[in-house]
Design a protein around this ligand. Structure first.
Ligand SMILES: [Zn+2]
Length: 202
């Protein structure tokens, strides 16, 4: 989905790049505002993604999206001041494939919210590993349903055993990452932003 938006940099995209190069000189005032999360809505108002404010501004400057809500900050670059969006909406409807997201370490950790699925410890991504619930050596495959976030301690303890053999229990059944899961994550991210609420909670 929005990954595709990444590539179509037109003349306005280059203009935007110049703007951000100028903005970089005022990093102190703009730095944080540019990394603030922005909710991306489809043309139909369906929430489809979260991106950084910097990227949202590029989409608005390129005429791909429009600002629906502002976050109260300004981006000062050269002689221009732009309002930083909090919610943007794509002007053209994009079909979002209903198939689940790509299986990747990042997405597994996202689904499991950086929580070891055996001992419930929440850790930074770098301190988590992926565990094959049914060990690979015993025929377990690398699938959404067989991979979970796991701390190194639990991973060592489990070794080549089934959870039951190791006396361990999964917090919950691992499932594929679907639209419901992504919306849940968007809600978690948007909890602090009132302006997201009406698009995410209905
Ligand atoms: Zn653990």
């Amino acid at each position: 989905m929005p990954g595709r938006l990444e590539s179509d940099a037109g003349p306005t995209g280059r203009h935007a790049a110049g703007l951000f190069a100028a903005a970089a000189m005022h990093r102190d005032s703009n730095g944080n505002a540019l990394h603030a999360p922005v909710l991306v809505l489809n043309a139909s108002y369906e929430p489809i993604n979260v991106c950084a404010a910097r990227r949202a501004l590029v989409l608005v400057l390129k005429g791909v999206a429009m600002t629906e809500e502002e976050n109260g900050h300004f981006l000062h670059a050269a002689r221009v001041a732009m309002r930083v969006p909090s919610v943007i909406r794509l002007l053209e409807y994009r079909r979002i494939p209903h198939q689940s997201r790509a299986l990747s370490r990042k997405n597994i950790l996202l689904r499991d919210r950086n929580t070891c699925q055996y001992c419930a410890t929440v850790l930074p991504s770098g301190e988590l590993t992926l565990d094959h619930v049914i060990p690979r050596s015993r025929g377990g495959s690398s699938t959404w349903e067989n991979l979970v976030a796991c701390c190194h301690l639990c991973n060592r303890r489990k070794g080549n055993q089934f959870p039951l053999e190791a006396g361990m229990k999964l917090m919950r059944e691992p499932r594929a990452f679907n639209l419901h899961t992504s919306r849940h994550i968007m809600r978690l991210m948007g909890r602090s932003d009132d302006k997201w609420r009406k698009y995410l909670f209905y």
